[in-house]
Design a protein around this ligand. Structure first.
Ligand SMILES: Nc1nc2c(ncn2[C@@H]2O[C@@H]3COP(=O)(O)O[C@H]4[C@@H](O)[C@H](n5cnc6c(=O)[nH]c(N)nc65)O[C@@H]4COP(=O)(O)O[C@H]3[C@H]2O)c(=O)[nH]1
Length: 607
């Protein structure tokens, strides 16, 4: 029976293995003494010293031998050092050889249950002043001798565990527990090798939370962290165990989907994930609804080299962002060229400001009742020495994504204010100066401070400075927007909602926004006479403005027909090619001179 229990312990000890996935090891049990247990034939208390000496001589691996009583209970331990020390003395073999072992053994062994935790044993050894650290301790199971463990094996186990912890730390993301970039690359390499062996396809999917930065900045970092954890859980729940979900940093996640039966097999999986990610996420007292953009690259179709594959999945994800987010796309050859152009444009844009390649144009805004210029809209222009004129529709989104819009936006405001002051100095009546403010700028922490500083620095009458914000910028996180708009209003600035009608507006909020003007988007003005639906919308927006006490301005008026129509519905102001395109300061002067009625009597222009 004892033999049986010894053998069981031995086989258990031998069969123990460490899981290969470090995440499993990390989350696994703290480790039992069972894994240290080595079966060593014990000696009986009544045996004599010589027989024990012979065992040590025959087996150099033995550091110590345990002593059991006739009931097979551990009662002592004999250390190799002690035995050899005694028997090396002259005549000791003869003198002590026939004595019972009980006289030489350490009668105070550390005996531990096989189920005890390794940490507890380590603590017992430390508490006993490190006794038996080398020789070992005796392990019992249900009161019977089960084997021995040396302190060395305990040390080794603890060291391994520390190494595993360090491995897990170095290879896992601390916030979500997912593999990090380092481990992800390793897994991807392995997955590619597997795909080669099995002749199968794998998909690498880049996942990015849409507008995460904004959520993180506006709702606080702890909400952001919680969101990332939820997001990680959702991703992990929606893939197979054999697949990998990793976090590369920030809000960037990746999936490695293995053993796909065909190229198309990835779409149902990814579409399902997109759907699942959209579901509301309860965080503290909020319920957040986020979306994600996903880019897919296939191995081996889109790249045989891991870095190449990563690059392509990233390009595909970027393309999804460009097309309005909240979707997934597979990499396609054309995307790469577009991405290269974008990167090159971004590099040029970074230098555009310091190289003086940016300038402003001004498009007149006309009061329709009086037929006079009331203001101008400042529109940014970029002329690159080799690439020529680059449209703001192309470079403003890049400036927004890279954060360059913050310094560029400040430059625009400075330039526009300087121009306003310059025109006044030239004797022109004050013109309202409308400046476009992008979402990134508006949400930037230093925005209000910067505006206050500019007003103080230039001494501009703030009533002539109008900020244009799009509908979506103010409607999203409307409560916060109301606060900022109210502060801007208190500084005396005018506020306009740009591209009105293209986004989603809550009438309730619209009522609360301290704004002065609604700019009707040009898509409703275009061909208004022949498109009854557009005319109805324009009419409704004008009526809405009237009822809320807001002025209205029709954008993109290109001909007399469109002008008559918007004027006929009592729109207050208009701008568009029918009057003038966006003009340089000099051209605007020339235009004003050739349209003398536009300013009424103005000596500066008639000079
Ligand atoms: N087809 C047609 N177009 C007309 C007509 N009248 C004006 N436009 C164009 O419509 C755009 C109006 O500006 P937006 O809606 O603010 O749209 C602007 C604005 O969103 C952005 N943008 C321009 N300058 C700035 C800036 O300084 N800061 C920021 N954040 N965005 C700017 O770039 C967009 C495009 O600007 P632009 O290319 O200058 O294009 C301008 C203008 O040239 C017309 O009768 N017909």
């Amino acid at each position: 029976m004892y033999k049986e229990s010894f053998n069981t312990s031995l086989s258990l000890a031998q069969s123990h293995y460490y899981p290969s996935n470090p995440a499993d090891q990390n989350g696994g049990s703290a480790g039992k003494v069972r894994m240290l247990c080595r079966y060593v034939e014990p000696v009986l208390l009544s045996e004599n010293c010589l027989s024990v000496l012979n065992r040590f001589i025959a087996n150099e691996q033995l550091q110590s031998i345990s002593v059991i009583d006739i009931n097979r209970r551990a009662v002592g331990i004999i250390d190799r050092g002690k035995i050899s020390d005694i028997f090396l003395k002259p005549f000791s073999r003869d003198l002590l050889g026939k004595k019972p072992i009980g006289e030489l053994m350490d009668a105070d062994p550390i005996v531990v249950d096989i189920k005890a935790g390794i940490d507890d044993v380590a603590q017992i050894i430390i508490d006993s002043g490190m006794r038996h650290m080398v020789s070992g301790f005796i392990i019992h199971e249900n009161g019977f001798y089960a084997g021995m463990a040396t302190g060395l094996s305990l040390l080794e186990e603890i060291t391994h565990r520390k190494q595993r912890e360090l491995f897990a730390l170095a290879h896992h993301d601390q916030l979500t527990g997912l593999p990090n970039r380092l481990l992800f690359k390793d897994r991807l390499l392995q997955a590619c090798q597997n795909a080669d062996r099995n002749n199968s396809t794998l998909a690498l999917v880049f996942v990015d939370i849409d507008r995460f930065k904004f959520i993180n900045d506006s709702m606080g970092h702890s909400t952001g962290d919680r969101l990332l954890q939820f997001f990680a859980e959702r991703l992990a729940k929606n893939v197979r165990q054999s697949d990998t979900v990793a976090r590369l940093g920030g809000d960037e996640f990746v999936l490695i989907l293995q053993n796909l039966t065909s190229d198309k097999a990835v779409f149902p999986i990814v579409s399902k994930i997109v759907e699942q990610l959209r579901l509301p996420i309860p965080i503290y007292e909020h319920t957040l609804q986020v979306t994600a953009s996903m880019g897919i690259a296939l191995y081996p179709q889109h790249g045989k080299i891991v870095d190449d594959l990563i690059h392509k999945a990233d390009i595909a994800m970027y393309e999804v962002k460009q097309r309005g987010r909240n979707s997934c796309l597979m990499f396609a050859a054309g995307m790469e060229q577009k991405s290269k152009e974008r990167v090159s444009l971004e590099t040029h844009l970074r230098k555009a400001l310091e190289r003086g390649e940016l300038s402003l144009c001004y498009q007149p805004q006309i009061d329709l009742k009086q037929g006079r210029v009331r203001g101008v809209e400042a529109l940014l222009r970029w002329r690159h020495p080799e690439l020529g004129n680059i449209s703001p529709a192309t470079f403003i989104p890049i400036a927004e994504e890279t954060g360059l819009i913050v310094p560029i936006g400040e430059w625009v405001l400075r330039e526009a204010i300087s121009q306003h002051i310059d025109w006044l100095a030239q004797g022109l009546p004050p013109l309202r100066m409308a400046v476009n403010i992008s979402a990134v700028q508006f949400q930037h922490d230093g925005f209000l401070v910067m505006i206050k500083q500019l007003i103080a620095e230039y001494g501009i009458n703030s009533g002539y400075l109008e900020l244009e914000l799009t509908e979506s910028v103010v409607m999203k996180h409307a409560e916060k927007a109301i606060k900022t708009l109210t502060e801007l209003r208190a500084l005396g600035l005018k506020l306009a909602i740009d591209d009105f009608g293209t986004g989603y507006s809550s009438l309730n909020y619209l009522r609360k926004f301290p704004i002065d003007r609604i700019k009707i988007d040009q898509s409703f003005v275009r061909g208004i006479k022949n498109t009854p639906a557009n005319e109805a919308i324009v009419k409704a927006i004008i009526a809405l403005g009237e009822s809320l006490g807001l002025e209205t301005l029709a954008e993109g008026v290109e001909n007399a027909e469109e002008l008559d129509c918007v004027a006929g519905h009592n729109c207050i102001e208009a701008q568009g090619y029918h009057f003038a395109k966006a003009l340089s300061s000099d051209d605007l002067m020339a235009w004003l001179k050739s349209n003398p009625g536009m300013f009424g009597r103005c000596e500066a222009l008639s000079a």
